[in-house]
Design a protein around this ligand. Structure first.
Ligand code: SF4
Length: 113
């Protein structure tokens, strides 16, 4: 599995300190990183409210293709799920549908335990 992690621009830490839980789960193969062989090939955010995740993922796809790479899975990071429950203007069901339609990839909700 070659995966992109999509995170909430507001909640994630720009120096990635706040993303330690995701990195720990990747390293320890826990949470939704427990199945199979997962390579995290890119890490991006929605770009900030009101959310531009499809545009961001299109850019990631273009950049990966220019390097001869691709992705087959998108993780919606725990911070996006947390944001959705509180203040996020994005509809996560709709986001999952759009990602699947635009990129023909698997979407997994959540990352670390
Ligand atoms: S609240 Fe939603 S739209 Fe706003 S930055 Fe976070 S994930 Fe993106």
């Amino acid at each position: 599995m070659k995966a992109v992690i999509l995170s909430c621009e507001k909640i994630r830490d720009n120096v990635r300190v706040g993303c330690l839980k995701c990195f720990k789960a990747i390293y320890n193969k826990t949470g939704n990183f427990s199945e199979g062989d997962i390579r995290i090939i890119a890490w991006t955010s929605c770009g900030g409210c009101p959310g531009f995740p499809i545009a961001r993922l299109k850019l990631i796809k273009e950049m990966l293709e220019s390097e001869g790479e691709s992705f087959d899975t998108v993780f919606l990071a725990g911070c996006i799920l947390m944001a959705e429950k509180n203040f996020c203007p994005m509809d996560i069901d709709e986001l999952e549908k759009k990602i699947t339609e635009n990129f023909n990839v698997r979407v997994i909700r959540g990352t670390h335990p």
